[in-house]
Write a protein that binds this ligand. Structure first.
Ligand code: NAP
Length: 283
């Protein structure tokens, strides 16, 4: 039976560290503040935003939500971002994606001040990650790295395969594994003989968005399997990109869904907001 990497436990440890550091800042009269913008009424986005607000309360941050109707115009959204860029109480700005049709996500991300871009999606922060000189790391890939560290899983010299090449998960995930001296392969929907590639992986990260896509036949015996996916199975139950039941007996360690990568993403968001606050207050 594999080690089940407990994202709830590791995320609680990260949040506790953030809470302690926040308590010290509060004594100096500084309170980290996160603004979350949500446009429209997508139910999944609503759940994510509620979880982020709850995490802010846990660690002692000021949390402000801006719930805008789906009819919001691009200009109204950009004006709000501009206002928050100049708001001294707010250290981090997050716009929950996806935005309703007709709104330009790229323009909104680029409008957020890089210093308050706690998702690390702004081109300037993405570039900094590429050269290994960054303030913020994107929350989900950084959460994965934190879990690997917590379970003392070394990346150096390992063959790492990432399935998925999105800007928010796959590509930065590969970059972070590379920073820790993994030998990294990125795969995607045009990859030929995918399972031949994934079977080589000592560390396999699935970020695809397809329920239970990765079966035992795609995994090397003794591999570490990280499941970023968040999907619904045939019965509407939350599940990952990995067929957990099939894969768990074959690998060394595996993340479950739920309770794996998901909670880590929010914990890193708290860590990034704290860092943004420290940078903005020179402390
Ligand atoms: P995305 O933008 O849709 O990217 C999916 C990637 O998977 C693409 O690069 C795509 O390849 C690749 N892919 C699709 N079908 C494939 C196939 N048959 N074989 C190989 N590769 C395939 O998704 P994302 O935003 O990266 O998210 C991926 C998953 O992670 C989703 O389930 C999402 O809900 C979840 N997620 C979870 C968290 C968390 O906090 N746990 C955070 C973010 C995302 P192409 O580029 O060739 O199309």
């Amino acid at each position: 039976m594999a080690i089940i990497i407990d994202g709830k436990k590791v995320s609680a440890e990260v949040k506790e560290q953030v809470r302690l550091e926040t308590a010290q800042l509060l004594q100096k009269g500084i309170r980290p503040g996160l603004a979350v913008i949500i446009v429209g009424d997508d139910p999944a986005s609503r759940v994510y935003v509620n979880n982020k607000k709850k995490a802010c309360e846990t660690v002692g941050f000021l949390s402000r939500e801006y719930a805008l109707p789906a009819t919001t115009t691009q200009q109204e959204l950009l004006d709000l971002v501009k206002e928050l860029n100049n708001d001294r109480e707010i250290n981090g700005i997050l716009c929950q994606l996806p935005l309703p049709q007709g709104l330009d996500e790229k323009a909104v991300i680029e409008a957020i001040s890089p210093l308050k871009d706690v998702d690390a999606f702004h081109a300037s922060n993405v570039g900094k990650i590429m050269i290994g000189d960054y303030d913020f790391l994107p929350c989900t890939p950084a959460g994965v790295m934190e879990m690997l560290h917590s379970y003392n899983i070394k990346v150096e010299g390992k063959k790492c395969v990432v399935i998925g090449r999105s800007n928010i998960v796959g590509k930065p995930m590969a970059m972070l594994l590379l920073h820790e001296n993994g030998t990294v392969t990125i795969t995607h929907s045009r990859t030929k003989n995918l399972s031949e590639v994934t079977k080589e992986a000592d560390i396999l990260v699935a970020a695809i968005g397809r329920a239970k896509f990765v079966g035992a036949d795609m995994v090397k015996e003794g591999a570490v399997v990280i499941d970023v996916g968040m999907n619904r199975d045939e019965s509407g139950k939350l599940c990952g990109d990995v067929d957990f039941e099939e894969v768990k007996d074959k690998c060394y360690a595996i993340t479950p869904v739920p309770g794996g990568v998901g909670p880590m993403t929010i914990a890193i968001l708290m860590k990034n907001t704290l860092k943004a606050c420290k940078i903005q207050n020179n402390c």
